[in-house]
Design a protein around this ligand. Sequence first.
Ligand SMILES: Nc1nc2c(c(=O)[nH]1)N=C([C@H](O)[C@H](O)COP(=O)(O)OP(=O)(O)OP(=O)(O)O)CN2
Ligand SMILES: [Zn+2]
Length: 125
Amino acid sequence: MFELTIAVNFEAAHCIRNYPGKCNRLHGHNWKVQVNIYGSQLNDLGMLVDFVDLKAAINGIMVNLDHYYLNEIEPFCRINPTAENLAKYIYEELAKTPIFNENVKLRSIRIWESSNSAAAYSQEA
Ligand SMILES: Nc1nc2c(c(=O)[nH]1)N=C([C@H](O)[C@H](O)COP(=O)(O)OP(=O)(O)OP(=O)(O)O)CN2
Ligand SMILES: [Zn+2]
């Protein structure tokens, strides 16, 4: 089995609604998003997926988050823009892209809110 990891960054503001502390106030993060995929079959180039294609797919999602006030945009106008909810949203959006097939599977999305704090989402047990 091969596993690939790429990372991209975006900047966005948010606040955690009903949070009992400073995080209920408007503030921003430089978020880092790590994408992990896996599969067993390499193509004729010896790649599971071209990093270039994987980055293009995740960047297609990042443009909907970068430099936004997350609380104002879907789905975070309805659910809190926590690292956990962001990881699930990015996972579900990326899973819809044609990068994935019988041989190439999405393992997890890990999102770093700061250099010390991250949350990950996957659909595996
Ligand atoms: N499980 C989660 N906990 C918290 C989240 C989250 O998304 N998931 N988010 C926040 C806030 O966004 C907050 O900005 C982060 O708080 P904190 O870790 O305290 O950030 P600091 O940069 O202030 O970190 P220090 O280590 O205290 O400097 C809160 N919790
Ligand atoms: Zn925050």
